[in-house]
Design a protein around this ligand. Structure first.
Ligand code: NDP
Length: 444
């Protein structure tokens, strides 16, 4: 057995109960094979892969909070500090009932590579809780966020670990957590990103992941001699990433025809009315089913189904494993040109391989959704320099970063004879930088 397959077998054995984490590790390690084979003895002696797949530390804690009826409720909190070889740990916090240690580990592992791809000095980490913000009052959300931070504050800091938002955590939750950190520590520091603009947040952070996704998609099309304008786009999700992806896609001249949430999805062949989606999701905090009140001519369907709609470009922007083999078959049969991931690991390994084999351009989330963490990195720079850049300045830097990511992953794939395999290109680019830092630091 090769060094790589030995490590993969070990991880599979040790963490057989963590399916999402195993999926992420397998996806990365398999594509690193040509790199490892070139210098196997060195990587083995340095235990590079063993060090990459084992987080620096995993913090699990109880989060007690009081609901509106006066009952004490308890959730589980997590922070996995995966790898700080190239900078302080950095990665979002997710509040969703599906959160487990496996989910947080997969996200932290991916984040290490993603952060490296941005070219900014940020290590990888991720956190969250199985708390479900849906249906909770403002007071309950605040109570939960304060309790979560009452434990988490011990482990984070502007030069140590800088969390941000993710599913279920937006500006409101970041605000409550920031307030609690400041109160406990008595220190105003850039310990979280995605902050409100009044207290150290960056312009364009809210838009960054979705806009960045479209900047890389546009570059992908340009480099394949195609124009993006005029394309039909299917988007899943109706949260932060999906909304801003739709917004930029429309600005670039595309027609966005679908959006979804965990209950169902809408199809609007005339083009989604984004103002309506924003009002439903950002103001009313409602369900996507309410869209037909705004556009009676549109369709609403319960359950999954977005990928059954004929489109040129599919942008999965909701959650992990939402685009499976059958969906990939349908997309390819319907003539889709590209699948570019806005969410983290939305496409299963089988679906990814199928799309690649059929010549559908495929860009993995760790490259294509890196715009969010990139602007988080820019927020950290602004906080350290006590500065505030204009929207245009941040947006221009974001675009540069996304275009660079595309060219770097494209070149890395080509260097190892895997032209057009952006999954391999992203993993290799991220790997080479993190490993060169890690090995420079000795056995740690
Ligand atoms: P939000 O919470 O703002 O939105 C998530 C959207 O996905 C909602 O529409 C939600 O529907 C839907 N969704 C969540 N879980 C499921 C599920 N199990 N099945 C079906 N739909 C689901 O999150 P974000 O937009 O911030 O994040 C979306 C994805 O993008 C995640 O994978 C996240 O990790 C990734 N990402 C986010 C970044 C950011 O800057 N925010 C940066 C990089 C990646 P509902 O409201 O019904 O739950």
């Amino acid at each position: 057995m090769s060094y790589l397959s030995d490590v993969l077998a070990d991880v599979n054995r040790k963490y057989s109960y963590q399916p999402e984490f195993l999926q992420a590790v397998r996806e990365v390690l398999e594509t690193l094979e040509p790199v490892i084979l070139k210098n196997e003895d060195f990587y083995k002696k340095e235990a590079v892969l063993e060090r990459l797949v084992e987080p620096d530390r995993q913090i699990i804690f109880r989060v007690p909070w009081v609901d509106d009826a006066g009952n004490i409720r308890v959730n589980t909190g997590y922070r996995v500090q995966f790898n700080n070889s190239i900078g302080p740990y950095k990665g979002g916090i997710r509040f969703h009932p599906s959160v487990t240690l496996s989910v947080i580990k997969f996200l932290g592992f991916e984040q290490t590579f993603k952060n490296s791809l941005t070219g900014l000095p940020m290590g990888g980490g991720k956190g969250g809780s199985d708390f479900d913000p849906k249906g909770k009052s403002e007071r309950e959300i605040m109570s939960f966020c304060q309790s979560f931070m009452t434990e988490l504050y011990k482990y984070i800091g502007a030069d140590v670990d800088v969390p941000a938002g993710d599913i279920g955590v937006g500006a409101r939750e970041v605000g409550y957590m920031f307030g609690q950190f400041k109160r406990i520590k008595g220190s105003f520091e850039g310990v979280l990103t995605g902050k409100g603009l009044a207290y150290g947040g960056s312009l364009a952070r809210k838009e960054a992941t979705g806009y960045g996704l479209l900047y890389i998609t546009e570059e992908l099309f340009r480099c394949h001699g195609m124009s993006f304008a005029g394309r039909t786009v299917a988007i899943s999700g109706a949260g932060n990433v999906a909304i801003h992806a739709a917004e930029k896609a429309m600005q670039l001249g595309a027609l966005v025809v679908t959006m979804s949430d965990s209950n169902g999805w809408i199809y609007d062949p005339k083009g989604v009315d984004l103002a309506a989606v924003k009002e439903i999701k950002e103001v009313r905090r409602g369900r996507i089913s309410e869209y037909i009140e705004y556009r009676p001519s549109a369709e609403y369907h319960e359950g999954r189904g977005v990928w059954g709609v004929k489109c040129d470009v599919a942008l999965p922007c909701a959650t992990q494993n939402e685009l499976l083999l059958d969906d990939a078959r349908t997309l390819a049969a319907n003539g889709a040109l590209a699948v570019v991931e806005g969410a983290n690991m939305p496409t299963s390994i089988e679906a990814t391989k199928y799309l690649q084999e059929r010549g559908v351009l495929f860009v993995p989330g760790k490259a294509s959704n890196a715009g969010g963490v990139a602007v988080s990195g820019l927020e950290m720079s602004q906080n350290s320099g006590r500065l505030s850049w204009s929207f245009e300045e941040v947006d221009a830097k974001l675009k540069d970063i996304m275009v660079n990511i595309y060219h770097n992953i494209e070149a890395a794939a080509a260097k190892y004879g895997m032209e057009g395999n952006y999954v391999a290109g992203a993993n290799i680019t991220g790997f080479e930088k993190v490993v060169s830092a890690m090995t420079a630091h000795g056995a740690c």
